[in-house]
Design a protein around this ligand. Structure first.
Ligand SMILES: O=P(O)(O)OC[C@H]1O[C@H](OP(=O)(O)OP(=O)(O)O)[C@H](O)[C@@H]1O
Ligand SMILES: O=C(O)c1cc(=O)[nH]c(=O)[nH]1
Length: 184
């Protein structure tokens, strides 16, 4: 067991994922920094630590399923599923497609989420919160109840306000990576 999983995960983000340059974000905003979480989500130690942290951040809830918008939420949900299983607790995983497929069963929400289920919605990096709200809307439309929203890093550019109605818990904010937030 890693003595301080959060501290070690922070170190891995700093080593692998925090980039500086000129970037365009999902919202269309421009930024001088970018957290490429995929460089951490596909790292064996990091994804294991993240699973433990997601378990700790949600274990108090009667959670039935965990997931969020593709792509970032997919490995995150898988990590949480492994951590829950190791802890002897059942959990379903799901992900929300940005667009439903035009073939197959044409689901927007993939996985097992049903009306009345208590779910946790996750995402990797939040800027405006628009993407996570898209995932919340999709599972709410199925009839699930969103008990908590957890992200890895909040860039502090509006997501907190967009999620004011939810129990929202970022594992880190951009300041934990030594960066002052840009204007929202
Ligand atoms: O809070 P917002 O302003 O909505 O921005 C954050 C979103 O942007 C990124 O996803 P991106 O669209 O780059 O997709 P990907 O996960 O498919 O790479 C990130 O994974 C969040 O989902
Ligand atoms: O807003 C985004 O699109 C965004 C910002 C960021 O730092 N990292 C990321 O994956 N997406």
């Amino acid at each position: 067991m890693t003595p301080d999983p959060r501290a070690r995960l922070r170190e891995l983000f700093l080593q692998r994922a925090v980039l500086f340059g000129d970037f365009t974000l999902a919202s269309g905003k421009k930024s001088k920094y970018y957290i490429n979480s995929k460089r951490v989500l596909f790292h064996a130690e990091a994804i294991t630590l993240l699973g433990e942290l997601l378990y700790d951040a949600t274990k108090d809830l009667p959670v039935k399923a965990i997931g969020g918008l593709e792509v970032g939420a997919i490995p995150m949900a898988a990590a949480a599923l492994v951590a829950y299983h190791r802890a002897g607790r059942p959990l379903e995983g799901f992900f929300v497609r940005k667009q439903a497929k035009g073939h197959g069963s044409k689901e927007l929400v993939e996985g097992q989420v049903a009306a009345g289920d208590t779910v946790v919605v996750i995402d990797d990096v939040l800027t405006t919160g628009g993407s996570v709200v898209q995932a919340i809307d999709a599972v709410t439309a199925v009839g699930a109840k969103v008990a908590r929203v957890v992200c890895i890093c909040d860039r502090l550019q509006g997501a907190g306000k967009a999620l004011a109605a939810y129990d929202y818990r970022p594992l880190f904010t951009i300041r934990d990576f030594g960066i002052e937030p840009e204007a929202s």
